[in-house]
Write a protein that binds this ligand. Structure first.
Ligand SMILES: NC(=O)c1ccc[n+]([C@@H]2O[C@H](COP(=O)([O-])OP(=O)(O)OC[C@H]3O[C@@H](n4cnc5c(N)ncnc54)[C@H](OP(=O)(O)O)[C@@H]3O)[C@@H](O)[C@H]2O)c1
Length: 278
């Protein structure tokens, strides 16, 4: 690790947004600790200049503590934490096993809390920044993505509280809200759709789920675009509190101003269209 570069820890750096962000920050002057969970990913990152892979599973306290001790020993300090690691659980809420909801929150919220709390002493020392990888699902809840949306709404609330608390330490907490990004997360979601369920919700969930996955893969932004925004959030003197990342923000502006019942009516219209083709 180069001591003249500010150090950043990114969780979930093995693929998608985390990997692209790690590469972007490493290329643009930071030293990056990239969180990984397996040896193959470790070996890949070890070959990239200015990235040091580090074993870190956000649901396993021991790996978080070991990563903290490891980084502390390097004496690089820590200027930034990018809480990027995330999973997406989906499916009709009324068919959802509680275990799925628990797994969703273990990674997307409780894991973030454990990591942030553990690394706080280093971040406080540097008056550093905490970047939270939220989503457009953090302010707009789509049907059949309930567990994921619930976890990102929770993350938004957690981050708003933390940001206000950390005003006392002169630190910044910044939310990133990407729309669709083309990453392996969509193929992981595909496996969930194949699960055998048979309820009144199944055909609607399958149709809308397949549509979302196909759009995510074909129209999703390049994850490098998110990396660039994280870079901006880390270097700008006055970063935004939230960065919404999408090719067009019109849809989102409408969602925020339209009465919620109108949006529900649009959702219902989609359901009727699906029925016509059943
Ligand atoms: N793709 C999108 O359209 C999109 C949009 C908005 C927000 N996001 C958010 O962006 C973040 C990254 O997602 P992505 O799209 O880049 O997906 P991805 O390619 O599936 O990457 C997810 C990353 O999280 C890691 N991870 C999963 N569980 C973990 C755990 N328990 N501990 C540590 N790391 C863990 C994965 O590691 P392994 O390889 O070891 O599983 C992987 O590195 C997520 O928070 C996601 O919600 C994505």
């Amino acid at each position: 690790m180069n001591e003249n570069r500010k150090a950043i820890l990114i969780t979930g750096a093995s693929s998608g947004i985390g990997r692209a962000t790690a590469e972007c920050l490493a290329y643009n002057g930071f030293s990056v600790y990239g969180g990984v969970r397996d040896g193959k990913d470790f070996q890949e990152l070890v070959n990239i200049p200015n990235i040091s892979p580090i074993y870190l599973d956000v649901t396993i306290e021991k790996t978080i503590q070991d990563a903290f001790n490891n980084i502390k020993e390097q004496k690089t300090g820590l200027y930034g934490l990018v809480n990027n690691a995330g999973i997406a659980r989906a499916g009709p809420l009324m068919d959802l096993p509680i275990q799925d909801l628990r797994e969703q929150f273990e990674v997307n919220l409780f894991g973030i809390h454990m990591v942030t709390k553990t690394f706080f002493p280093l971040l406080e020392k540097s008056k550093g920044r905490i970047i939270m990888m939220s989503s457009d699902s953090g302010f707009f809840a789509t049907p059949f993505f309930g567990p994921y949306c619930a976890s990102k709404f929770a993350l938004e609330g957690y981050s708003d509280s933390l940001r206000r608390e950390l005003l006392l330490c002169d630190m910044k907490v910044i939310l990133i809200q990407p729309g669709r990004v083309a990453t392996p997360i969509w193929d992981k979601g595909k496996k969930l759709l194949k699960r055998e369920t048979n309820s009144i919700f199944t055909p609607y969930a399958k149709k809308l789920g397949e549509h979302a996955i196909e759009k995510g893969k074909s129209e999703g932004l390049n994850p490098k675009e998110v990396g660039k925004v994280v870079y901006e959030a880390l270097i700008k003197k006055k970063p935004k509190l939230r960065y919404l990342i999408a090719p067009s923000t019109l849809k989102y502006r409408l969602i925020k101003i339209l009465p919620e019942r109108w949006i529900d009516r649009l959702v219902n219209k989609e359901f009727r269209k699906i029925e016509e083709n059943l």
